[in-house]
Design a binder for this molecule. Sequence first.
Ligand code: GLP
Length: 241
Amino acid sequence: MFNIIICQNYDEVSREAFRIMKETLKKEAPVLGLATGSSPIGLYKKMIADHNSEGTSYRNVRSWNLDEYIGIPRTHEQSYWTFMHENLFDHIDIAEENIHVPCGEGEDAEEECRKYEESLRDVVIDLQILGIGADGHIGFNEPGTPFDSVTHVAELEEQTRRDNARFFDDNMDLVPSKAITMGLATIMRASKIVLIATGENKADAVYGMIKGEKNTGCPASILQEHADVTVVLDHAAASRL
Ligand code: GLP
């Protein structure tokens, strides 16, 4: 079931997402599923501002991130580990040991996937934040990924690598071609999901997710089966609905 919120601008999108986040943060020991990409940055800014002005604490929060590139070190400026620290973790009081980001540095990525999925075995994510790729991917679950997938190594599509090249000096050779990602079944286990999408280049993916046929050609269409998904959009991303 989709609850669709269409906003005037990105600030309003971030405010709506933050409102739901704030509800989750009232829990005694909230578990957050977090995403990278430009879409959730406004939400993270609001979380930081609220932490500073209202004193909202993250001491009891545990977090699991969706994905991470394989083949660049954690300290690389474009790693998702660095992204999360720069855009959120360094500015709130979450404990480092409560943060989980898959590690794409090791020799054995398959083993890392197994361990990551295992770390989530007895955990229910209270609120999963998602963006969406222009091809309908969530996390790095590209078209064709089985709906029953758990954390796995993903090969990135050309389009996804092209979309992300802007973060790698526009040099496609520098964009990793593989990543570790939570699977679609892993994501579906979250109690509540908030998906943020803005801009015209997301309009087709948003349409496919909500109104398209439910199949692996649009990975996000699996969310049609989830009981509690809020999709927060601007008018451009909602333009095909
Ligand atoms: C990457 C990430 C996704 C993200 C997507 C969209 O591929 N792995 O988690 O949702 O990009 O990113 P953006 O929000 O920058 O458009």
